[in-house]
Design a protein around this ligand. Structure first.
Ligand code: BTN
Length: 323
């Protein structure tokens, strides 16, 4: 009901009487008044004036379902949104709902995570209300082989959402980190469950430092506010991501992954760079030459051989200058 009240007030953009709201929703004026107070506790600034009614002054930048859905251009991604104040990890939340049959395109987000996880068993620090911590549940009708490309598709969508909403100069680092300069802004984690070649679920987790102050970040990380010098609206960023991700997904179903992969390559600045890759057996060094079809990174080794990196972390090395 709170979402319906917010919807009415947002649409009106003027005072709406308690009576009008109660008629529209078939509820008593006392029930409306109680809900308005609950909404205020959730951070909505709602003015109430006798004989005029309620006026919505300001909405909080919280990833409430109704905030994400109001004005959302995506049709399927985000049609269902589950929002929690605190969770261990939105990946687990998504997985629990997936077990109960949650549909393709459902979104699970939280204001904070107590055990947010990143790639390679790392932790994802999730300070309350400052970032986007969300998981998108997909039941993609693609083969298991193709599914490895989904993370690149999500990476392109995230890159484009950040670039278009903020205008900041972001780029992608393999496999799917979003960077500004050399600092990490966002990361993507995917978890998949399949039976033979049929994908039961693919969960795409997005973690982004949006309004996190510099002092709360690791030295190698950054946030949009730290870079742009102002606060950014998380809801708007996330809506744009959902829309672009859905568009890219529909495009992939029709035309394949080539357009997404080729745009991914444009947003990645590693080509021709000398890098070191930490692998289980040691460190490999070489020049980044291409992205393989399965999403591996192809490195040209010093002895001329090519090596495909399937998993790992890469570090850019300083170029050696001759004189
Ligand atoms: C990375 O290591 O770069 C990936 C980070 C992914 C973090 C997000 S936050 C939302 C979702 N829930 C998690 O526990 N992890 C992902």
């Amino acid at each position: 009901m709170q979402s319906e009240i917010i919807h009415i007030l947002k649409q009106a953009q003027k005072f709406v009487s308690g009576e009008e709201i109660s008629n529209a929703l078939g509820l008593s004026r006392t029930a409306i008044w109680k809900s308005v107070n609950d909404l205020r506790e959730r951070g909505y600034a709602i003015t109430a004036v006798p004989r005029k009614g309620y006026f919505l002054e300001e909405c909080p930048d919280t990833l409430y379902p109704w905030e994400i859905q109001e004005g959302l251009k995506a049709r399927v991604f985000g049609r269902k949104v589950i929002h929690k104040d605190t969770v261990e990890s939105t990946m687990d939340l998504a997985s629990q709902y997936a077990d109960q049959g949650a549909e393709h395109g459902s979104v699970f987000c939280a204001e904070t995570q107590t055990r947010g996880r990143g790639r390679m068993g790392r932790q994802w620090v999730s300070p309350p209300g400052q970032g986007i911590y969300a998981s998108l549940l997909l039941r993609p009708e693609i083969s298991l082989t193709e599914s490895t490309k989904m993370v690149f598709l999500a990476g392109v969508a995230l890159h484009e959402a950040v670039a278009s909403v903020t205008g900041l100069d972001v780029h992608i680092k393999w496999p799917n980190d979003l960077l500004i300069g050399s600092k990490k802004l966002a990361g993507i984690l995917t978890e998949l469950r399949a039976q033979s070649d049929r994908i039961d679920r693919l969960i795409i987790g997005i973690g982004m430092n949006v309004n996190t102050p510099k002092k709360e970040l690791f030295p190698q990380a950054t946030s949009l506010s730290a870079e742009g010098g102002k606060k950014y609206f998380r809801v708007r960023l996330f809506q744009e991501f959902l829309f672009l991700c859905e568009q890219r997904y529909e495009q992939a179903l029709k035309e394949g992954f080539e357009p997404a992969l080729s745009d991914w390559k444009k947003h990645c600045r590693l080509w021709g760079e000398r890098v070191a890759v930490e692998m289980g057996q040691g460190v490999v060094e070489g020049i980044v030459s291409d992205l393989a079809d399965d999403g591996g990174l192809i490195i040209q080794l010093d002895d001329g051989r090519q090596q495909k990196i399937v998993t790992g972390d890469i570090a850019r090395l300083r170029r050696e200058h001759g004189n």
